[in-house]
Write a protein that binds this ligand. Structure first.
Ligand code: 4AD
Ligand code: MG
Length: 406
């Protein structure tokens, strides 16, 4: 910069983080690692950054440190790239469904029913602490129990049975008290639901959307991906290219359990038919055994939700999970039980409140049709695309167990 530039005397106040206006000509830069520089004729300080207190330095900071200053971390190269990729993926999802003729449905966030039946719900109340009177929840805003939704699925099914192909893409909430790198209390879920679709259609759709989204980031944000490939995971681009190009593996749950039982690897939890597949198992299958995404299907009915379509073997349901390297489960879905008698029997068997599900059963009572859908964790998709290993690093202001800052 030439010393005659207007405002040059203020340069001392223009430290890291300051906001400035620079006027001048763009010229080829002789400097390393940059193609251009500005030959300034004037510089103006717009907002100074207190250099004593400003926490970001011109050096690499740890992810843990940056999490503690989540309001400033988007100013770093890494996190600005992260949130551009997240935005790109969100757009890709809507475009994918639009191109395929799916209609976007806005599922409610406040709900009176527990879709997954897992009971990991946040309660919503308008009452102050200790204000529950003698009439109990009847005295609360809705006059009944109210929660934040864990999934938009039950709201989507009636729309699939009316419009054909629909989806929702919105916030979901789970009060899982597990402090893992893959679980958030507030996360976004992508949920397609299709009429006249079976489990195979569902698996095809899940594979297609994952490939589409990953290809879209590679096509539109190559520079941002490059940063993650350089600093976060050197095998990232090879992993993404393989994911977009090669067919996913597909195996029944029973076969997955066999592979896990034969594995020489020592697991914390033993794999056994009838037991849930743990994250360590999921990662082993995708990362080590198949070295690519794998779709596991036909799970035992006793470990899955009531709405999943019962298979003829009487043991399993037409469920599927997509497992990917480094993350494990990214998609969970199923064909839905469309037969009224079977569904009613399952609601009873699982001890669910029949009253609560009357409207849902109506969709089977009046012109039922085979249908299927799934939920894809949006944050897990961003983790997959960037190589990020902690879900807290792909959410603007993460909400996790015992953490609600900003
Ligand atoms: O497998 P899940 O629980 O499926 C459902 O909720 C179905 N009702 C969806 C449907 O069929 N429409 O959740 C779907 C996906 C998981 O595979 C995972 O990627 C993500 O949502 N997910 C979470 N992501 C972040 N934090 C959490 N606590 C998550 N719980 C689930
Ligand atoms: Mg699941």
């Amino acid at each position: 910069m030439e010393s005659c530039a207007k405002g040059f005397d203020q340069l001392g106040d223009m430290g890291t983080g300051a906001s400035v206006a620079v006027e001048g000509g763009l010229v080829a830069s002789p400097g390393k690692g940059q193609a251009w520089e500005i030959k300034a004729t004037s510089v103006t300080l717009i907002g100074a950054a207190d250099q004593e207190a400003f926490p970001l330095q011109k050096k690499r900071h740890s992810d843990e440190f940056l999490r503690a200053i989540a309001h400033l971390r988007p100013r770093t190269n890494k996190y600005s790239a992260m949130f551009r990729i997240r935005a790109q993926l969100a757009q890709a999802i809507h475009r994918f469904f639009h191109e395929r003729g799916f209609f976007c449905i806005h599922a409610p966030v406040l709900t009176g029913s527990d879709c997954e039946g897992a009971g990991e719900m946040f309660r919503v109340t308008a009452l102050g602490p200790g204000a529950l009177g003698p009439e109990g929840v009847k005295g609360d805003f809705f006059g009944k129990d109210a929660f934040l939704t864990v999934s938009g699925q039950l709201s989507l099914e009636p729309f699939a049975l009316a419009l054909g192909d629909v989806y929702s893409f919105g916030p979901t909430f789970r009060a899982e008290p597990s402090d893992t790198a893959r679980h958030a209390a507030e996360f976004w879920m992508v949920e397609p639901e299709s009429a006249f679709a079976d489990l195979t259609d569902n698996m095809n759709l899940a594979e297609d959307i994952l490939k589409y989204c990953i290809q879209d980031v590679m096509d539109h944000r190559p520079d941002d991906l490059e940063l993650f490939a350089k600093w976060v995971d050197t095998s990232l681009l090879a992993t993404l290219e393989k994911l977009a190009a090669e067919p996913f593996e597909r195996i029944p749950y029973g076969e997955a359990v066999e592979i896990l039982r034969r594995a020489s690897k020592k697991f914390e939890y033993e794999a056994a038919f009838g037991k849930d597949i743990q994250t360590e198992h999921e990662r082993y299958l995708a990362e080590e055994h198949f070295k690519k995404p794998v779709i596991v299907y036909d799970y035992p009915k006793n470990i899955k939700a009531f709405y999943m379509r019962q298979n003829d073997d009487g043991q399993t349901v037409a469920a599927m999970d997509v497992l990917v390297p480094r993350i494990g489960e990214i998609v969970g879905g199923s064909a839905r039980e469309e037969r009224l008698d079977r569904l009613t029997a399952r609601v009873t068997e699982m001890g669910l409140d029949m009253e609560c599900y009357q409207w849902y059963l109506d969709t089977r009572r009046f012109g039922t049709a085979p249908h299927a859908g799934f939920g894809m964790g949006f944050e897990r998709l961003v983790m997959l695309a960037t190589g990020a290993t902690n879900i807290r690093d792909v959410i603007a202001f993460p909400r996790t167990y015992k953490h609600l800052e900003f």
